[in-house]
Ligand binder design. Structure first.
Ligand code: URP
Ligand code: ZN
Ligand code: ZN
Length: 458
């Protein structure tokens, strides 16, 4: 065998046990005792789990007059440091472009740069008949999920007719539709009203996007999916208003899924009051919510109404990008970084603080993303035959998160000062160690495109 990981405690979504892992040609070929290989890692005292899978990222994305600041090299190196070994990024259709052209554009962004494996969702912003007809071809090429925005009026937003047509075609093609659920028409009116009243600070971003805006759009999206007989995945859920809609749908037995992100679990509205325009760091859509919403999200994860924790990594520099919105909160590029911090934050805040056990942790950050997005069992688990995408995690390692020590290409982290206990010390991709005790040992371009399978009910 090429590599053996010895003496570690293996954790999957279902099991915890001590064994060695044998790896050959990038795959796990044996799990047992006393294995031998050309190279050995002693993982005594470590937890060994399947690499994190982040199915919500925006690398090198043109947005709101600028571009997200991590490209496929910096963003994926940061991901690997944080224990993420695969991700699915959003390729976003420019109006008038075909879906094929959209995906080709994003593939070029990744080629020669990505250090971990990657897939693409395709975001439909212009649902013409010819675009709808491309959906089955996309699925055959391994792009088995589509994204629609019910917000960002005038740029990414799609109307209900376009949304419904995409849902119908996606169902036929075995693809999963993902939705950003906020009522963009209402947001647009509220933004204009606030600006007319001279309310320009970052806190008014929060005021322009109340929780009912998200609740209404989530309920509408679910109703449209039910009418189309299609499954639906709601991204970056933040609040009880929206979660209640998911709960009701799931209680009816509908295939409705949703994710949340660390920022919505760990931060709240008070952040928008940071002085010196500091609230701009947290300007993202939907916005951070209230203490009670955070509690609801944690219980949504525990009881299974939320199935995934992703990041919505969409970084913009505080100095030089976010400051475009000084004097007008609507011009602050929406988004925040998180690709590097997700795993250790959720381990610390989720497992160590007693919200859920370690199997559930693996399920939320790796196994369910793999299952819902057509990558299981190649990814999302540790089993014979699976890809050797593995994290060796030191449960005793304590770190205070600071932007200056992270690898994301951005000048802040929303989690500055958070104390985490438990951190990845080695990240293995395709059987190769690419993070080795704080050093990057991989090669840009080694990440491979993941041709994903069609949707299966979870
Ligand atoms: O504010 C956010 N979330 N920016 C990224 C784009 C999106 O809506 O996911
Ligand atoms: Zn969104
Ligand atoms: Zn996003």
């Amino acid at each position: 065998m090429d590599l053996v990981i010895k003496n570690g405690k293996i954790v999957t979504a279902t099991d915890v046990y001590n064994a060695d892992i044998g790896i050959e040609n990038g795959k796990i070929t044996e799990i047992g005792k006393e294995l031998r290989g050309d190279e050995t890692i002693d993982a005594k005292g470590m937890i060994v789990f399947p690499g994190g899978i982040d199915i919500h990222t925006h690398l090198d994305m043109p947005f709101m007059g600028t571009s997200s600041s991590d490209d496929f090299k910096t963003g994926t190196i940061a991901a690997a440091f944080g224990g993420t070994t695969s991700f699915v990024d959003f390729s976003i259709q420019s109006k008038g472009d075909s879906l094929s052209k959209t995906v080709e554009t994003w593939k070029k962004k990744a080629e020669g740069k990505a250090v971990i494996d990657y897939g693409f969702h395709v975001a439909v912003t212009d649902a013409t008949d010819s675009v709808i007809e491309e959906i089955p071809k996309m699925a055959k090429e391994g792009i088995t999920s589509l994204k629609l925005f019910l917000a960002y009026k005038g740029s990414l937003m799609i109307d209900d007719g376009g949304f419904f047509k995409v849902l119908q075609k996606a169902k036929e093609s075995g693809s999963l539709v993902m939705v950003h659920a906020e009522n963009g028409d209402v947001v647009d009116i509220l933004v204009k009203k606030l600006l007319d009243e001279g309310k320009t600070d970052p806190i008014y971003h929060w005021e322009s996007r109340p929780d009912k805006v998200e609740g209404e759009a989530s309920g509408r999206a679910i109703a449209l999916a039910e009418m189309a007989g299609a499954p639906l995945y709601i991204v970056h859920m933040t609040c009880k208003e929206a979660l209640d809609k998911v709960r009701m749908a799931r209680d009816k037995g509908l295939p409705i899924y949703a994710e949340t992100c660390p920022q919505y679990l760990l931060l709240d509205k008070e952040r928008y009051k940071e002085p010196d325009f500091g609230g701009a760091k947290y300007v993202m859509s939907p916005p951070l919510r209230m203490e009670n919403d955070r509690k609801e999200l944690w219980s949504g994860l525990v009881n299974g109404d939320l199935q995934v924790i992703s990041t919505d990594h969409c970084p913009f520099f505080f100095k030089g990008q976010k400051d475009a919105g000084k004097g007008n909160f609507a011009k602050i590029p929406n988004g925040a970084p998180g690709i590097e911090t997700r795993i250790s934050l959720i381990y610390t805040e989720g497992v160590l603080k007693g919200h859920f056990g370690i199997n559930k942790f693996v399920e939320l950050v790796s196994t369910n993303p793999a299952k819902l997005f057509g990558m299981f069992p190649e990814k999302g688990t540790i089993a014979v035959g699976s890809d050797a995408d593995i994290v060796i995690f030191d449960p005793k390692k304590e770190i205070v998160l600071k932007a200056e020590n992270l690898h994301q290409n951005v000048d802040y982290t929303p989690f500055e000062g958070f104390k985490v206990k438990g951190y990845p010390v080695k990240t293995i991709i395709d059987g190769k160690i690419i993070i080795d005790d704080g050093n990057f040992t991989g090669t840009p371009g080694q990440g491979k495109f993941i041709k994903r399978k069609t949707f299966k009910v979870l």
